[in-house]
Design a protein around this ligand. Sequence first.
Ligand code: PXL
Length: 283
Amino acid sequence: MKRLKRVAAIHDISGFGKCSLTVALPILSAAGIETTVLPTAVLSTHTGGFSGFTYRDLTEDMAAITAHWKSLGISFDAIYTGFLGSFEQLDLVNCFFDEFKADNNTILVDPVMADNGALYKIFSPEFAVGMRKLCERADIIVPNLTEAALLIGEKYNPGPYTEIYITDILKKLSDLGPKKVVLTGVFFDEDQLGAATYDAIQNEIAYTFEKRIPGYYHGTGDVFGSALLSAILNDFSLNESAAIAVRFTASSIQKTAAAGTDVRFGVNFEQTLPELLKDLRLI
Ligand code: PXL
C-alpha cells in the first residue's frame, strides 16, 4: 500500500453555503488525499449574497500553525490556496511557501477575489496586486476570467471569447511565473461553458466544455479547483484533470438546478462524488 498524498488546504470555513474548506476537504478526502487544513477565517456564511454574516479573521493564528507544522517535520505533496481573509494573509501564505515548497511538490493558487467583472466587495485593488505576487510563485493557477484580467492588468471582457483571445490571456498569465494555467469560465458560444488549460513546458493548450446551465451557482470555483487538484494528484495530465473537473462541476450544478435549490447554498457535489471517483478510476 502506497502512502497517502497530503495537501495543505489554505481557505476559509464558511459554515453555511458550501464553498472553500467545506467542499475542498470532502472532495480531496474522497479522492484518497489526506487533507490538512489551515483555515484563514471562520464565517457564518460565504460573502456572496447573504447579509449579516459573521467574520472571524484567523490571520493571527496562521504563523503559529505554520511554525507548529514545520516543527513536526511534515511535508505536503501540494499546497492549495483559495479565499484569503486579509491583506496580511498574502504575506503569511508567502511564508508558508518558503517553509513548505520543495522540488517535488506543487503549489496550486486559486486567486479567489473576483467574478463577473468585479472584485469581491471585501477586497481592495491592492489585494489584487498582492494576489498577483502569490500567483508568481505558483506552479498552477486557476483564475476565472475576471481574476485573470486583474492579474494581467487588462480590462475585463465578458465574452463570448475567441481562441486567439484565450491563448493570449493564458500566455500572459503563465508569463507571471506559473508553468501551468487553468482558466475557468471560458466559452465560445452561449450554449457551452468550460475551461482552457495551458502547459508552458509542453507548449500545449486544450479546451474542455460542458453544456451551460443558466444561473450563477456559488462555490463552483472551489468545487472545480478541488476536483482539479484531486485529478492532478491521482496522476492525470493537466488537460485530463481539467476535463474531469469541468464534468464534475457541471454535473453538480445540474443536480442543484434540477432540485431548484437556492443558488447561494452551494452545489450538490456530494451526490456527484461517485462520478468523480469513477473518472479518477478509484472505483
Ligand atoms: O467560493 C469563493 C469564496 C470563498 N470563501 C468566501 C467567499 C467566497 C466567494 O464569495 O465569500 C468567504
